[in-house]
Design a protein around this ligand. Structure first.
Ligand SMILES: Nc1ncnc2c1ncn2[C@@H]1O[C@H](COP(=O)(O)OP(=O)(O)O)[C@@H](O)[C@H]1O
Ligand SMILES: [Mg+2]
Length: 312
């Protein structure tokens, strides 16, 4: 870190913004991410004397009670679900008119960044990501009833110790251990078109861990092949493609012949369109990933219930 963090910001724009954004007890160092409603900064926490990440709600949303509530819920969810595979949140606050929360800084990069630099990720690393996310979300689902709802390469980071960290619980929802009446019709949760599960597109059922299982497989397909499941489709067509039986992505080995049959079978089983025929628990995903690591091949799936992946 330079002595003068603000001067080290990469562009003048950021310098100007970081001077406008004054947050009590934090020195903003550099912007590390930007979404539709917020920006994420690396910062120095002057009280606890440590590097942190701070997610700041953009000022245009700060006056809207619903947006602030949703932002607060994101932090609460993170604070509650403590797991080494999920970024830890420390504190939610308002200072100088800004709503923000402080969290563990992940010194590393997202898998979306990784894909920009490399065309694809090798099978062994994909399996590591699969197992890390499976064990984090197994905890989130089984102990807290939480579905992440937006698993994608942008929301999974790896730090310099090689630890995989899941982030962005912005649209995560609790579907268990709550009064069913509290699950409103408005809990129709849309994710990101390239990775969304069919049931999120339809919006007609309460979600469970199987929605995240589908999205993790769509993510792994992208990481392993460098292509999304349905390339060249616009967002709406992509969302329909997850649902329609006739839309099936090509065998990952047609892009990367070195991928193992077991790995492709794992993705096929996670990508079954009808969730009643999909791999149905994180424990079974984890177990199957471990079997693939040991070189296992599985019996071919019975046809009948289509997967978004068609194996050769
Ligand atoms: N704790 C963190 N440590 C380091 N970088 C982070 C952290 N949280 C977020 N980022 C970066 O900021 C980006 C946006 O954060 P995210 O929480 O996904 O926000 P959004 O809701 O806008 O998608 C991430 O893709 C990542 O690059
Ligand atoms: Mg995100």
């Amino acid at each position: 870190m330079s002595d003068n963090p603000i001067a080290s910001c990469p562009t003048q724009n950021l310098t100007v913004r970081s001077q406008i954004l004054k947050i009590p007890n934090l020195k903003l160092i550099e912007q590390v991410g930007e979404g539709g409603m917020s920006t994420v900064w690396k910062a120095w926490d002057t009280i606890n004397q440590r590097i942190v990440a701070v997610k700041i709600l953009n000022s245009e949303f700060a006056g809207n009670g619903g947006d602030v509530q949703a932002f607060r819920n994101e932090e609460r969810m993170m604070e509650e679900i403590r797991h080494p595979g999920i970024v830890e949140a420390y504190d939610f606050n308002n200072g100088n008119g800004h709503w923000y929360f402080i969290m563990e800084f992940v010194d590393g990069y997202t898998f979306a960044d990784f894909l920009k630099r490399k065309q694809h990720i090798c099978e062994g690393d994909c399996l590591l990501i699969c197992e890390s996310v499976a064990s984090a979300l197994d905890y989130a689902w089984n102990d807290h009833g939480v579905v992440h709802c937006d698993i994608k390469p942008e929301n999974i980071m790896i730090n310099t110790n090689g630890e995989v960290k899941l982030m962005d619980l912005g649209i995560s929802h609790r579907f268990r251990f709550v009064d069913p009446a509290a699950i409103a019709a408005s809990d129709h949760v849309l994710g990101t078109p390239a990775y969304i599960s069919p049931e999120q597109v339809y919006g007609d059922v309460e979600l469970d861990c199987r929605a995240d299982i589908y999205s993790l497989a769509a993510t792994l397909f992208h990481l392993a092949t460098g292509r999304v499941l349905f390339p060249g489709f616009d967002n709406e067509a992509m969302m329909r493609a997850h649902c329609y039986a006739e839309n099936q992505a090509r065998d990952p080995r047609s892009y990367r012949p070195e991928l193992s049959e077991g790995f492709c079978q794992l993705l096929e089983a996670m990508l079954v369109k009808d969730r009643d025929y999909r791999l149905s628990s994180w424990a079974s995903v984890f177990q199957m990933a471990q079997d693939v690591e040991r070189g296992a091949k599985f019996k071919p799936r019975k046809s009948g219930s289509p997967s978004s992946l068609k194996l050769m």
